[in-house]
Write a protein that binds this ligand. Sequence first.
Ligand code: F6R
Length: 610
Amino acid sequence: MCGIVGYVGSEQAAPILVDGLRRLEYRGYDSAGVAVREPNGIQIVRAVGKLRNLEKALEDKHLDGSVGIGHTRWATHGRPSKVNAHPHVAGPIAVVHNGIIENHLELRAELEAEGVQITSDTDTEIVSHLIHREVTAGHDLVTAVRRALEHVDGAYAIAVLSETDQERIIVAKSSSPLVLGVSEGASYCASDIPALLPYTNEMVFLEDGEVAVLEAGGFSISTLAGDPIHREAQKISWSPVMAEKAGYKHFMLKEIFEQPRALEDTLRGRLDRENADVSSSEIGLTEDDAKSIRRVILLACGTSHHATIAGKYWLEELARMPAITELASEFRGRDAVVGEGDLVIAVSQSGETIDTLMAAKEAKERGAKVLAIANVNGSAIPRMADASFYTHAGPEIGVASTKCFMAQLANLLMFSIWLGRRRGALSEGEAGELVEGLARIPHLIDERLKSTHETVAELARHYSGARDVLFLGRGLSYPMALEGALKLKEISYVHAEGYAAGEMKHGPIALLDAEVPVLVLAPQDRHYERVCSNLQEARAREAKIIGITTAGDLRAQSLCDAFVEVSPTVEALSPFVTVVPLQLYAYCVADHKGTDVDQPRNLAKTVTVE
Ligand code: F6R
């Protein structure tokens, strides 16, 4: 996690660095710092806490220079403190780092034995001393960085500045993300695209094992061994406005309201309504691939994992394809059975989650084919995959994922329809109904968003004091219940559990009393009758029932203390509409409690540590 940024050009560097850090703050926000190369040496300003503390510190200390690096931190090694905040300095060298140096203890002992004074608890400071050691031995900065990194095991994206070198920044990467940007007379680097969007949309993705030199006049890339690499910049289609709040109180609320647009963009050009199908050219796999798949393994973490559970249900039902879901962190290193004939679908908003990346790599090494579903073009998971089927939700800034989840659902459903058609499991009529229904979903969500927000805000005010909340659903509503509970937990810090409604009586029913709100997803699908029974079981324990019901379903509504209506859909499409009130519920409870909705405590948007 953590965000890094760098600038070389002719403008004042500090405001550009701080602006970039603001756009990266979702990656970590327990301390921040910048280093700027001034005529008389490198000046560093660091502050604990949110970026505004760094901005305050910069009001007192003006930095004057047009080359600099910056960092926003999510603590791994060493608690959040000024001394542990980046940039870290050794002699004339300043370094910012995202990732984890696995052998840092060993390297620390080695450096200390050589008499080096290490002042922080971080693994990053070790890197700055390693580079300094090489510079002291007479190597130029680029060679020093290369030689220093030979000693390092682990994940890193680093940016290095030296007061004795020319006006340039050296960057390198292994496993952690790093994108370079170029514009007339300036070069940039950042952990993620949105940090650079106000300055350029000409970007280059650095690959693992590469080093780049950024100068005002451009950049050059080489391998760690020093072999030059030619790579053209590519145009990124995201606009800076897409990464702004546009008048909403929080990014999360904006992103919930953007879901119809995110879905439309994700579906665009992919639904073949004439042939009741999904366009093959968009999926990334061939017709032959479709025939050779014997099993699908869906790998993901967190919210993306919840999307994959819906994906499994769709693949089984619509394509008659055996499918299993795996938490990527549990799949890794346990010697899971995977190999030829398996299609691994790695689902990740960021495309950088280390557990998903490494689990997919492991599966690929054992002979599985890997299809990536990711939202960030050119990110690590699509780059390692055999094929990619991107979601087009636009940049997601709120740490709690909403619109990307919605887009992941769309891609997983489209893939299931595509596979179902190729395997003869889905008739033209059935596929047609799904394709037409899916095309209407953005409108169905859009027409209810405002009124749902109002209803849910009222409910959230009423129930925001609850200590525990239960979310129940069956079938496709089960992963939505899991997602509703995760959203509430992460941004409002309320204890919440998502459960398969049928499992309630096997344990969680013991939690129920008059103080516990239970959100029951009760769309009118094949599980409806049984869900209504579960709802009554909870009611009999005096729990307060909030139903997510189909519009006009008076029967279910009469069993609830309160209800939210969703539009009727074909059964397979219900997750798209039922999850929206749950996202809004979490948002409204958090907003009512006054938590930091977009940057909840202890979390980070992109999880690049294991
Ligand atoms: C929760 C959330 C996380 C992510 C998880 C995986 O709202 O966003 O649970 O879903 O960290 O991230 P990606 O999808 O980037 O792999």
